[in-house]
Write a protein that binds this ligand. Structure first.
Ligand code: TPP
Length: 639
């Protein structure tokens, strides 16, 4: 279904087209853009509230800036739908996040207007600063460099590293702080309070308004008046505001707060700021979900609601006749509370993903034992390490791909010191529609080389619970990876049982080939072996449970019995589980024929998980094919 644009939006295919309209039409264009996003996301799904919140900002930015020459950098990128629609992609926007379609995030390969690829947060200021420094180096003083960052993303340490640098850089860059008081869940921390304080402080705003008033006259009175105005502003700010404004203290000129939904005012302000050189920040106040009342009201639910009926606001849910398996994340959330009820050393940590990881279950049940630390994965890990030094048992839940941020902390702060932190890696394997920035492809490879760290993955919900229990009584670093989405066991609340360290399990006896799997992808092997049985092939299936330590006695059994082995993992092949098995085989003098299935050494784009598994050849059909091929090889050799 093609979404129909309003009559002005229909005439806009590029920012050049937008600039042909008078300022007085920008309100209607914004409304039409908002409606287009509502129409599209309700039918096709995707991120919602954040995009609605920056509609006016997006229109104003493309109206004022000379994109793509001027560099516009979005942070996280989940709010950039309006940007995509105004920059040549309206006609194919219905393919957003669909296999082989548009990416849900800005992507350099997709468009020249996407100045920087993104998906993880807090990168925009660094990237824009790099671009601004490059322009300065090339002697280009006209080019604009704008980073749009949310108050949530601003809690990420990297944003502060970049501001620290920007303040002394003498570059032409503007940071737009899109402040809606929300991350995915309500934003947290002292910074949030600070932003509220400067937004509401009467003394501060009185002075600021005077300054702003002067600046407002800049465009009318021309350039020399601007110098005067900025000098007065500078003097006022340095005496009155400098000590009280965090950004000014970092040498970034602070402007605002302004209403981020007043498109005409935004255009005026952005035009003025174009003429003020040096690093600066514009504080915009916006409402997440703006213009769709339900999304304004329940901003977490409408961050990425899935498909919905735009009239009634009812979110589409599949109906089933029988009880369905839970999501792995919910098994994690409930089991953590269950464990914590019996063990008062257990605490929970999430970097800004309470609902995404289901840590919110513990936050609700035991508010003093669960911490949301903001979008701060590095801090989350070292904070957990600190807790562990004091005898607590932190369960630090971080999405696999976001854990990439905290690698040194895992090594330096946890594993070298053998601290008993439990890492629960949600969204391990393919993330699906969010695409390559969010795929949890590398964690097996980057964790298995770290000394002292247990690397495990459950095949189902019961195993997840048991691994969590085993981790809680293990005295050292322990990681458990599990995928996005549903498990396989409607009846999952089984009694907790310890799984001995490094012990795999035999799922099915067999004779032709041994299939070794790690984690939930093992369920595909169950399907494959059942189907192969009907073809007269009889593979054995082992669920290894642990990549580190490997179950050595099981591997001896496998390599003594089978000269054909297949490994299956939903992680990268380079250095992953299959590599671990191969290394072990060589080290122990075996020489079976081994076929490794997993994520190849290239970027796998977005799509449904099963589509991506099929693309990489480890869906049930792919496993069956591998078994047939191995048996065929033998067949040819013998005869
Ligand atoms: C490194 C990293 N951690 C976590 C996330 C998950 N995440 C996506 S959007 C988001 C909230 C961003 O909040 P904000 O920057 O204020 O933007 P808003 O959605 O409010 O517009 C989070 C935590 C991420 N993308 N990157």
């Amino acid at each position: 279904m093609l979404i129909q644009p309003g009559k002005l939006l229909a005439q806009i295919n590029t920012p050049e087209d937008l600039k042909k309209f008078g300022k007085e039409q920008l309100v209607q264009i914004s409304e039409e853009l908002r409606q287009f996003i509502i129409d599209d996301v309700s039918v096709y799904g995707g991120h919602f509230g954040a995009g609605l919140g920056v509609v006016e900002l997006t229109v104003a930015l493309h109206y004022v800036l000379n994109t793509p020459e001027d560099q516009l950098v979005w942070d996280v990128g989940h709010q950039a739908y309006g940007h995509k629609i105004l920059t040549g992609r309206r006609g194919i926007f219905h393919t957003n996040r669909i296999y082989k379609g548009l990416s849900g995030f800005p992507k350099r390969k997709e468009s020249e207007y996407d100045s920087f690829g993104v998906g993880h947060s807090s990168t925009s200021i660094s990237a824009a600063l790099g671009m601004a420094a490059a322009s300065k180096y090339k002697g280009d003083h006209k080019r604009q460099h704008v980073a749009v960052i949310g108050d949530g993303a601003l809690t990420g340490g990297m944003a502060f590293e970049a501001m620290n640098h920007a303040g002394v850089s003498d570059t032409n860059m503007l940071i737009i702080l899109n402040d809606n008081c929300m991350s995915i869940d309500p934003n947290v921390g002292a910074l949030k309070q600070y932003l509220t304080d400067i937004t509401t402080s009467q003394t501060y705003n009185k002075v600021k308004d005077e300054v702003w008033h002067l600046l407002g006259k800049v465009s009318k009175f021309g350039f020399s008046a601007q110098d005067v105005a900025s000098k007065i502003e500078g003097a006022l700010k340095s005496t009155l505001l400098k000590q009280s404004n965090l950004f000014e203290s970092l040498n970034l000129r602070y402007f605002g707060p302004v209403d981020g939904h007043d498109v005409n005012h935004l255009v005026e302000v952005l035009n003025d700021l174009k003429h003020i050189s040096g690093p600066k920040i514009l504080h915009c106040i916006t409402v997440k979900g703006k213009g769709y009342p339900l999304a304004e009201k329940d901003q977490t639910k409408w961050h990425a609601p899935g498909k919905f009926d735009k009239i009634t606001g009812v979110i589409a849910k599949k109906e089933y006749d029988s009880p369905q398996p839970p999501k792995y994340q919910d098994v994690f959330g409930h089991t953590l509370v269950e464990l914590a009820e019996k063990d008062d050393r257990i605490v929970g940590i999430t970097p800004a993903m309470p609902s995404g990881s289901s840590m919110n279950i513990m936050m609700k049940a035991m508010p003093d034992r669960a911490f949301d630390v903001g979008i701060a994965e590095q801090h989350a890990v070292t904070f957990s390490a600190g807790l562990a030094t004091q005898g607590l048992k932190p369960f630090c839940n971080i999405y696999s791909s976001f854990m990439q941020r905290a690698y040194d902390q895992v090594i330096h702060d946890v594993c070298l010191q053998e601290l008993p932190v439990v890492f629960c890696l949600d969204r391990a394997g393919f993330a699906g529609a969010d695409g390559p920035t969010h795929h949890g492809a590398y964690d097996i490879a980057f964790f298995r080389c770290i000394p002292n760290l247990v690397v495990s993955a459950p095949m189902d919900e019961e195993e997840l619970r048991n691994l969590m229990y085993s981790a809680s009584i293990h005295n050292g670093p322990y990681s458990i990876r599990y995928p996005r989405g549903q498990g396989v066991m409607p009846e999952w609340r089984k009694p907790l049982r310890e799984i001995p360290l490094g012990q795999g399990r035999l799922i099915k006896e067999g004779v032709d080939v041994a299939i070794l799997t790690i984690g939930s992808i093992g369920n595909y092997a169950v399907e494959a072996t059942a189907a192969l049985d009907k073809e007269g092939l009889n593979p054995a299936h082992y669920d290894m449970r642990f990549v580190k330590p490997l179950d050595e006695s099981m591997l001896h059994e496998v390599f003594e019995k089978f000269n054909k082995v297949i490994t299956v993992e939903d992680g990268c092949l380079v250095g992953g589980f299959g590599s671990a098995v191969l290394e072990w085989m060589v080290d122990h003098g075996y020489s079976s024929q081994v076929k490794r299935l997993g994520i190849p050494d290239k970027v796998i784009e977005h799509g449904e998980q099963i589509q991506l598994h099929a693309e990489c050849g480890f869906d049930p059909e792919g496993i069956m094919k591998a078994v047939r091929e191995l048996c065929e090889v033998n067949f040819t050799k013998v005869y």
